[in-house]
Design a binder for this molecule. Structure first.
Ligand code: SAM
Length: 643
């Protein structure tokens, strides 16, 4: 029995569906593009015609990228590893807010961004940004919220804005990610077929069509029997450069070359592992050859025999002779060099049905001649990677996590990220950012590659503390949210990498500073730091939330001033007041009440680039003025702030 619906049919929806059947291109996500429909029906549409990719909510998404927030990052030393020495960061919270907070500190500083956002397969949880919160169609009863009933909702394909919501989620993040890339920086974005096209168009807009470097297809798995038409075996990685003119060429490291099969079996016959070859014959025009580069050389088909009574074989007949066939043809080297290289076993004769050399008779020879190229001689010449990756399937990622006993579904393989970093020339001290970091595979790959090549790359992981489902393995194993998984993975992976490579702590940075997104340190009566004038400071009553520690305030100041968050800092007592020194004087801060003039003079005497005090440090306005006067006198270049 069907139940009464107490509702009439939605005729509009039915009509739109009929229209979509006739003209599929005029209906997108249930909405009719009337201009396009008129064009399809032969009516001319006048006005500005510009190619533009759009979706419902695009304008809001664009605005969102620039909307200011009143948030901060609070350090969490207890959950960090090697706080004092590490240069790595693990930041918990929504990546849009975090990208906004990092804009100044990391502007133009990140060499590589790798992200692996939800593919929007119809089962993914997608984060709803603030600006969409007012929308009524998402009421909690629809069951589209995550268990934790926060801003994560399950984006199923019955959602009328299935694609639009995903686009609105990713677009502002792309805009902000581009800003933090260095001029030679590269962004890699993993994506499945559902959103590939939309993502490409958004990246073209947010990062720049001319900055598109290419698209990698990656073999996820072989086989399968999912879906109606094709069972997906491949996902993709879109690659954009901040500026292709400044970006490094992509080159595979040489050990990758050595294991690659570049030549057919017959051609490689006679080559040892690690050798390559190139034809010995050339055209003079291509080499500016001298006359002594055209001569006959002998092939290895001479016959030998051991004469009676002797032990050494002797030549019975000479080998056949060859020379490049065209008059313009010549050998790569002069006779002398040829003889010497032959002696050194650097010539290779290969029998082939398709000979390119001729004998003295003019007939084609069955021999082709090559010179060996040793990889060790070609250090500067790596091979260009192809845009198909088949060696890092999803099962490898799953196996790696299993080995670490970390429960997380669908991690990327460590090798995939390591491979990308190595051909993209991400080296030495480069910063790698992953703001959809999940189980922190990228951090693992950075540590692993550093261990292998002695690099000192640093990672910045960003992850939402997405609550693990009560039914999940992760929850049962005690992980309450994905950040707990990510941090534990980095701890275990760090130990494993060190154990495998025998590296001691000092040589490999396996630590990370944990920072957590939170509301601003300031209570509502607060002016932005830039608004301060001396007068204003005197007039205002500035308030700091009572639960904030010195460390919270210090990191808040770093963000405000756009200083990196991974530098060393110390604290000490000066005249009995706790004083923090960040990166040897980039910033000196004292947040104590009623700080003495002696302490202020001592701080000023150290000539820090920046100094910060708390409003409540001063009992009276003249005292505050006095601080500025002291600095004017003792350290006029110091930028002084009172919060
Ligand atoms: C596909 S997973 C990434 C997996 C990761 N590459 C790995 O190897 O483990 C995407 C991750 O992005 C996280 N995420 C989704 N929306 C986010 C947001 N707004 N801010 C931060 N993280 C988010 C999800 O919690 C999820 O863990």
């Amino acid at each position: 029995m069907t139940k009464p619906k107490f509702k009439t049919k939605n005729l509009t929806t039915e009509n739109i569906a009929k229209l979509a059947k006739l003209f599929p291109n005029v209906v997108t996500e249930g909405k009719v593009n009337f201009d396009l429909l008129r064009s399809v029906l032969g009516e001319e549409v006048h006005g500005d015609e510009a190619y533009e990719f759009t979706w419902v909510g695009k304008r809001e998404a664009i605005a969102e990228a620039g909307r200011p927030i009143r948030k901060t990052l609070r350090p969490c030393m207890e959950e960090s590893k090697n706080w004092d020495t590490t240069k790595n960061l693990y930041i918990e919270g929504d990546n849009l807010d975090i990208l906004k907070l990092l804009q100044e500190s990391y502007l133009g500083k990140v060499k590589m961004v790798y992200i692996d956002p939800p593919y929007n397969t119809g089962n993914d949880f997608v984060y709803r940004d603030d600006f969409k919160q007012s929308r009524e169609e998402y009421n909690e009863k629809s069951g589209m919220y995550g268990e934790e009933r926060d801003r994560l909702f399950k984006n199923t394909d019955t959602n009328g804005r299935f694609h639009s919501d995903w686009c609105s989620m990713i677009y502002p993040r792309l805009v902000l990610a581009r800003n933090v890339l260095s001029d030679d920086g590269i962004i890699f974005i993993s994506i499945g077929s559902n959103e590939l096209e939309n993502l490409k168009k958004m990246c073209d807009e947010a990062i720049g069509e001319s900055n598109f470097v290419g698209m990698i297809s990656r073999l996820m798995k072989s086989g399968g029997n999912k879906g109606r038409f094709f069972s997906p075996n491949i996902d993709y990685i879109l690659v954009y450069a901040k500026n292709p003119l400044s970006a490094n060429d992509f080159k595979l490291p040489l050990d990758e070359n050595a294991t690659r099969k570049l030549y057919s079996k017959t051609e490689t016959k006679g080559l040892r592992k690690g050798e390559k070859y190139r034809p010995f014959g050339l055209y003079q025009s291509s080499l500016d050859a001298r006359p002594n580069q055209r001569y006959y050389i002998e092939c290895p088909d001479g016959t030998f025999a051991i004469p009676p009574g002797e032990t050494m074989p002797k030549k019975r007949s000479d080998g056949s002779k060859v020379i490049p066939q065209s008059n313009d043809g010549c050998w790569r080297w002069s006779v002398d060099r040829y003889l010497q290289e032959k002696e050194n076993n650097n010539l290779l004769f290969v029998e082939s049905r398709e000979g390119v050399l001729i004998q003295p008779s003019g007939e084609k020879s069955k021999w082709n001649v090559y010179t060996k190229i040793w990889l060790s001689d070609r250090v500067e010449e790596g091979q260009t990677p192809t845009n198909f990756i088949s060696q890092f399937e999803s099962r490898h990622g799953a196996k790696e996590l299993k080995e670490l006993d970390i429960p997380f579904d669908f991690p990327k393989p460590v090798g995939l990220i390591k491979y990308i970093m190595s051909f993209a020339g991400i080296k030495e001290n480069d910063i790698i950012l992953d703001f959809f970091s999940g189980s922190a595979t990228t951090a693992h790959a950075v540590m692993q590659l550093n261990a292998e090549d002695g690099g000192n790359r640093k990672f910045v992981m960003v992850q939402l503390p997405e609550i693990t489902s009560k039914k999940s393995e992760a929850f049962k194993a005690g992980y309450k949210n994905i950040c707990e998984i990510g941090k534990e993975r980095i701890r275990r992976a760090g130990e494993k990498v060190k154990a495998e490579t025998g590296l001691i702590e000092q040589n490999l940075d396996t630590g990370f500073r944990v920072l957590k997104l939170d509301d601003t340190n300031m209570t509502d009566v607060y002016y932005s730091a830039n608004d301060y004038t001396q007068d204003l400071v005197l007039q205002m009553e500035v308030n700091i939330k009572s639960d904030r520690t010195d460390m919270d305030l210090l990191y808040g100041c770093l963000l405000d001033w756009g200083l990196p968050l991974s530098m060393p800092h110390t604290h000490e007592k000066i005249d009995d007041f706790t004083v923090h020194t960040y990166n040897e004087g980039d910033l000196i801060a004292c947040f104590e009440d009623h700080i003495s003039e002696r302490a202020i003079r001592e701080i000023a005497g150290r000539n820090p680039l920046r100094a910060v005090f708390r409003d409540s440090s001063f009992t009276s306005s003249p005292e505050k003025i006095n601080v500025f006067e002291i600095f004017k006198l003792l350290s006029p270049t110091t930028n002084v702030k009172v919060i």
